[in-house]
Design a protein around this ligand. Structure first.
Ligand code: HEC
Length: 155
C-alpha cells in the first residue's frame, strides 16, 4: 500500500511537471503609443488606469506568479490576450475620432461596473476603484472624448 502511494505521488509530480510545458507564452511587446502619454489624464486618473486596467489592456502587464504555472497560466494569458484585442492602451489611436470612441467605451464599461472584472479585483484589491476614483475617471473620459471630437472636426 505504501509503495503504491509513493508511485502515485511520483506520477502526479511528473504529470504536473509535464503540464508546465503547456503553459502559454507571456508577452509584453514594445509600447507603441501609450494612452496616458497621448490623452494626458490628470495624475489621479492615470493612477487608477494603471492600477485597474493596465495589467490586461496594455503591453505593461505585471505577470503574477500564477501566470507562470499551469493550469492557472492558461486563464491569465488568455484574459490578457483577449483584453489587449478589445482595448490596447499601449497602441492608442493617433486619430482623435477613434480615440474619442475608445474613451466612450471605457466610460461605458466603468459606468456599468463591467471593468475591472470582479475576478480580477478579488485577487488585486489595489485595482478596486472607489466611488470617487470612478467618478474622476468617468468625468475625465467624458471631457477628453469631447475634446478629441472637437479637434477631429476642426481639422
Ligand atoms: C483581468 C483583466 C482585465 C482588466 C483588469 C480589465 N479588463 Fe477590460 N476587458 C478584459 C477582457 C478579457 C475584455 C474582453 C471581453 C469582455 O468584454 O469581457 C475586456 C473588455 C473591455 C472593453 C470592451 C472593449 C470593446 O469595446 O469591445 C473595455 C472598454 C474595457 N475592457 C475597459 C477596461 C477598463 C477601463 C479597465 C480598468 C478600469 C479594464 N478594462 C480592466 C479584461 C480586463
Amino acid at each position: 500500500m505504501k509503495i503504491k502511494l509513493k508511485w502515485a505521488a511520483v506520477v502526479l509530480v511528473m504529470l504536473f511537471a509535464l503540464l508546465q510545458l503547456t503553459s502559454p507564452q507571456r508577452t509584453n511587446p514594445a509600447v507603441k503609443l501609450d494612452m496616458i502619454t497621448a490623452a494626458n489624464p490628470p495624475p489621479a486618473v492615470a493612477a487608477s488606469l494603471r492600477a485597474a486596467c493596465y495589467d490586461c489592456h496594455s503591453y505593461e502587464t505585471k505577470w503574477p506568479l500564477y501566470a507562470r504555472i499551469a493550469p492557472s497560466s492558461w486563464l491569465v494569458v488568455s484574459d490578457v490576450n483577449e483584453g489587449r484585442q478589445h482595448l490596447d492602451l499601449s497602441d492608442w489611436p493617433d486619430d482623435p475620432a477613434r480615440a474619442a470612441k475608445k474613451l466612450d467605451r471605457i466610460n461605458e464599461v466603468v459606468d456599468y461596473r463591467e471593468m475591472p472584472p470582479k475576478k480580477y479585483t478579488l485577487l488585486h484589491p489595489e485595482a478596486r476603484l472607489s466611488e470617487e476614483q470612478r467618478k474622476q475617471l468617468l468625468d475625465w473620459a467624458d471631457a477628453a472624448a469631447a475634446k478629441f471630437r472637437s479637434s477631429s472636426t476642426n481639422q
